[in-house]
Design a protein around this ligand. Structure first.
Ligand code: 1CP
Length: 349
């Protein structure tokens, strides 16, 4: 039963046999099977086809032996239900042709139509049938991170337009965050109804905000989202990058599990977040490009401090880099799954 899987048990803080592990961006360019598909289809063609998104999602699990699948999609995909057009450019990322930079732009947003995303929900149903006992994580971008792509028009280092909107047109920014929050709730609810057994919100760029701006302009929306999603009774994972200063507040957002990047040692994250939430993380993904000894020592430090924590899930601190050797990632999964016995040997049992 999916509900008894070690990943879902760990999310809920229930006893489980091994530390569960999965990786953000576990489906992607580092896999020869993914590159072969990408030779024929664009990233968006893969994500907009139920059959292909399901193939990509399932093959990552089969190739790695991880404890959870993550829907193959992108944080921009729910925008297909809004009429906003975007593309994913090679070596750049998401690009929005007509960025939303003023109250005027935001006032023209159309009503969100989840029906336009039926290909995602159909893809989830297909995937869940094929996965057997492995849980599927559905996901969405969180409103601030989505707002940043919409206002900037693409990836940014400064978040100039997003912050300008937030400070200079506070009401318009709030209206955009409310629009995106409604969208996220409806989109994730439909994913859970289609069979996703956990939901993750990627707030990848929220670390660009000060604690006080986070509290004023983002946290109220996140609380509302998690409150609405709590009705679904599935674990809710909330992930941010460079967000150590926000952890205590994120822990009070209503999320079940917090995803943390590599900058903060997990015991410090635990101290900041308290014991009511789970933690997921946080090997520096660049270690995967530095050879097995670097991977092993970083992972050992994480497991030594966290393997007895009842609500801990192993992951990277961010996505798998595209240059990674798949064999190394696979070795890491088996090594983590073997951890309990290794520890017992070390302790002379
Ligand atoms: O052509 C390709 O294959 C492009 C690479 C790629 C892939 C594999 C993009 C473009 N998106 C994806 C898939 C994807 N995106 C997944 C797949 C599921 C899995 O994890 O296996 C997920 C969860 C995402 C989510 C996503 N997209 C995030 C949140 C996670 C994170 O990395 O912080 C973000 C910020 C994006 C935007 C995005 N999409 C693609 C790129 C290159 C980027 C980042 C651009 C930037 O730096 O702003």
């Amino acid at each position: 039963m999916v509900g008894d899987s070690r990943f879902l048990r760990a999310c809920r803080g229930e006893p489980h046999d091994r530390v569960p592990v999965w990786f953000m961006r576990q489906a992607g360019r580092y896999q020869p099977s993914y590159r072969a598909l990408r030779a024929r289809y664009s990233m968006l063609q893969l994500a907009r086809s139920p059959k292909l998104l399901s193939d990509v999602t399932v093959s990552a699990v089969e190739e790695l032996g991880v404890d959870a699948a993550i829907l193959f999609s992108d944080i921009m995909i729910p925008l297909d239900g809004t009429g906003i057009t975007f593309d994913i450019e090679e070596n750049v990322g998401p690009v929005v042709a007509e960025p939303l930079r003023t109250g005027h732009d935001i006032a023209r947003l159309r009503t969100f139509s989840p029906g336009l995303l039926n290909y995602v929900f159909e893809g989830i149903r297909l995937t869940v049938d094929r996965l057997g006992g492995t849980p599927l994580i559905g996901f969405s971008g969180a409103p601030f991170t989505l707002a940043s792509y919409l206002a900037e028009g693409g990836p940014s280092r400064t978040y100039r337009w997003t912050k300008r909107l937030m400070w200079a047109e506070e009401e318009a920014f709030k209206a955009l965050m409310e629009y995106l929050s409604d969208m996220v709730v409806r989109y994730l609810t439909a994913q859970a109804q289609a069979g996703a057994s956990a939901l993750q919100l990627f707030d990848s760029w929220v670390g660009a905000l000060s604690l006080s701006d986070y509290r004023s302009h983002v946290l109220p929306h996140m609380r509302r989202i998690f409150k609405d999603l709590a009705k679904l009774q599935v674990p809710l994972i909330y992930f941010g990058v460079g967000a150590q200063h926000l952890l205590a507040d994120m822990a009070g957002s209503g999320a079940t599990v917090l995803g943390v990047d590599w900058r903060i040692p997990l015991p410090m994250a635990r101290a900041a977040a308290g014991s009511a939430v789970g933690l997921m993380g946080n090997l520096d993904p660049q270690r995967l490009l530095a050879g097995w000894p670097a991977v092993e020592s970083g992972s050992r430090e994480i497991l030594r401090s966290m393997s007895r924590d009842p609500q801990f899930i192993f992951n990277l601190g961010h996505g798998v880099p595209k240059e990674v050797d798949p064999a190394l990632l696979k070795r890491l999964v088996s090594w983590i799954h073997g951890w309990e016995s290794e520890k017992m040997e070390e302790e002379g049992y």
